[in-house]
Design a protein around this ligand. Structure first.
Ligand code: NAG
Ligand code: NAG
Ligand code: NAG
Length: 608
């Protein structure tokens, strides 16, 4: 008994040695950043940014051993034997005479390491800039010029459209093509609340609240992620975050993005089914559906990708811009055509431009799936739900099998500090599983099931609010939308391959199932939740979702890329989050009013 107790105790201590604050403070700082502008203001200034490996200088070296022991727990610690430095080499180590800058930099960091009985060898040199580099006048690239001209053109067309619209007032034969660019009428389209339309569609207004809420939570998670990506002075706070409930909630909550796939597939299928009452559906309508979707999504998507490729990295002046925003900006340039054809999550996957754009590609692929299924199945509605159940179960099983074979993991197992810092760039699971389209199939099928279910209920005039059990189920589902993500506290302790695969297969499907029950309730049950999510204020915000989804990443990156190493805390992240929300929604208004809505209308008039 006694020995068993000791065995347990040692097992526990062996897996989770707690490091004291004193030990932590004895470590070399993980990040350091000198003042870039001050350094290069001097004619002989030299500023370098790079990553260094630490090695022991003398043996035995208890300090290094502790560092290594700490870093080996990579599931919850940064790798402290790899330090990140931005040094003003010219003032820190003025007396070194070397032939080249990188050698100068390495010796300078090595000097610092030696003072702690360590050695430093260069791992990655991001750059070395001197006075002339910084002050060299960089001419605008052709791409930047083109982008500016496009912006001017868009503004000019809108001014013309508005002037024409105001000028002609109520004349009957106005040119609709020109008035589609009228700012007042597009503003009205953004803010109007449709009343007295098809009651089947008005019943869906609470979905707006759900979409806005999930967008806000996504932004919160991204605000946290970006504090990992830049230089912080109290990195141990971030390490602790990965074990705190808040961190687990946010990383496990990433599965909630799949609920947006469910909603989107539901809307596609439901609208088509309603349409089928008026007109017969046919598979030959597929190209038309695709064109309509592309017209809706492509303009804003391409505008922001072009912004990412050209001006994004010139907005913030920070020594870290070229290694963070710059990396994505390059990807926007090289992967531009992949974005045009919505295959950016299929080609050159590890190299991403504007991280959230993967969702647009997945959404487009799932839109295809939803359309094809609906166009075929609308005649066989009685069999549809049965068929979808089978496909749903099959696709869940397939996900499980593939994740088991390929050893993909859900976000909760992936979110180690180093991985989050690199935004999962070299994680197979993130690139091939999380961002993949095939992993979204179960969520999409659930959306189709929900659409058929709701359509049948409507046809048979069944109000689910008359069924007590369903009302209870709906109200029970609501807290689980949030609490589901807390299950990570328990699941992350089990890390056998089979459990991880089962988790990957069931996690998002279960979450989307709960969401479906909740959504069905929102449509049917009149109550406080319907009031809350159906608030008319969500309307305009939900209509800007597409712009916000991509734009918030640009905004958040710019905010987080401060030119100094900063302290992070819950308060600081919240401030970044709030600023991101406010700026994103304000910027989204002109983008939606001047670009998305008018182009959609214009192309619609032109083609149909
Ligand atoms: C930490 O970094 C060092 C140096 O780059 C590397 O050799 C080591 O494998 C890393 N440790 C972990 C746990 O990744
Ligand atoms: C600078 O020196 C290092 C080490 O001596 C060498 O490996 C590197 O190639 C040199 N770089 C240039 C640009 O000469
Ligand atoms: C600054 O760096 C450039 C190359 O990046 C080099 O050609 C130039 O000679 C350097 N200027 C000084 C003053 O060292």
């Amino acid at each position: 008994m006694n020995s068993l107790f000791w065995l347990l105790l040692t097992a526990v201590t062996a897996t989770a040695k707690e490091f004291t604050d004193e030990e932590l403070s004895s470590f070399p700082k993980l990040f350091h950043l000198d003042d870039y502008d001050r350094c290069l203001a001097r004619r002989d200034g030299l500023y370098c940014l790079g990553v260094f490996n630490l090695l022991p200088d003398v043996q035995p070296n208890p300090g290094y051993d502790l560092l290594k022991e700490y870093s080996d727990e990579f599931h919850r610690h940064f790798n402290r034997t790899r330090i990140h430095r931005g040094y003003c080499v010219s003032t820190r180590c003025p007396n070194y005479v070397t032939r080249n800058a990188s050698e100068h930099f390495e010796r300078c960091v090595d000097k610092y390491a030696r003072s702690r009985s360590l050695r430093a060898s260069i791992n990655t040199l991001h750059y070395c800039h001197n006075h002339t580099d910084k002050h060299a006048i960089k001419p605008k690239t052709p791409a930047q010029n083109t982008f500016l001209q496009c912006i001017y053109a868009i503004i000019a067309i809108n001014i013309i459209g508005t002037a024409y619209d105001l000028w002609t007032k109520d004349t009957p034969n106005k040119n609709k093509l020109i008035t589609s660019f009228s700012i007042p009428s597009n503003w009205r389209r953004l803010t109007v609340i449709y009343e007295g339309e098809d009651p089947r569609l008005t019943a869906l207004t609470p979905l707006n609240g759900v979409r806005v809420l999930s967008m806000l939570l996504t932004m919160l998670a991204h605000s946290h992620v970006l504090h990992f990506s830049f230089y912080t002075t109290n990195s141990e706070e971030l390490e602790k975050l990965t074990e705190k409930k808040r961190g687990i909630f946010l990383s496990d909550g990433s599965c909630s993005i799949q609920a947006l796939v469910t909603i989107s597939c539901f809307l596609v299928c439901y609208n088509l089914l309603i349409f089928s009452k008026k007109q017969q559906l046919n598979l030959s309508m597929l190209p038309l559906c695709i064109i309509k979707r592309i017209i809706r999504i492509a303009p804003v998507n391409l505008l922001l990708v072009c912004f990412g490729a050209t001006w994004w990295l010139h907005i913030r002046n920070s020594p870290l811009v070229s290694t963070t925003i710059g990396l994505e900006s390059k990807a926007c340039q090289t992967k531009f055509w992949a974005h045009v054809f919505f295959v950016n999550n299929l080609v050159d996957r590890g190299n991403y431009c504007l991280v959230p754009t993967w969702f647009l590609a997945v959404d487009m692929h799932m839109y295809l799936v939803a359309c094809i299924f609906t166009l075929i199945m609308w005649r066989h509605r009685s069999k549809a739900i049965k068929l979808y159940t089978i496909i749903f179960l099959a696709s869940c099983t397939l996900t499980g099998v593939v994740t088991y074979i390929m050893e993909y993991k859900s976000m909760i197992y992936l979110s180690t500090p180093e991985q989050v810092r690199r935004i999962f760039r070299d994680s197979e699971s993130f690139v091939n599983f999380y961002m993949s389209s095939w992993a979204a199939i179960p969520s999409c099928i659930l959306g189709l099931m929900l659409a058929h279910l709701q359509f049948e209920l409507d046809e048979k005039r069944i109000k689910l609010s008359e069924y007590k059990w369903f009302v209870y189920l709906h109200y029970t589902a609501f807290p689980f939308i949030f609490l589901w993500a807390l299950k990570g506290i328990f699941t992350r302790k089990y890390n056998t391959t089979i459990f991880i695969a089962a988790h990957a297969a069931l996690d998002t499907s279960c979450y989307c199932l709960i969401t479906c029950i909740f959504l069905l309730g929102l449509i049917h049950v009149n109550g406080p939740l319907k009031k809350l999510f159906g608030w008319s204020g969500w309307n305009a915000m939900a209509r800007m979702s597409l712009t916000v989804l991509i734009l918030h990443w640009c905004v958040n990156m710019i905010i987080a890329a401060r030119p100094v190493a900063y302290r992070t805390s819950f308060l600081d992240v919240t401030v970044d989050w709030t600023a991101t929300i406010v700026i994103t929604y304000i910027l989204a208004i002109p983008i939606t009013v001047l670009v998305e809505l008018p182009i959609q209308k214009f192309m619609g008039l032109l083609m149909f």
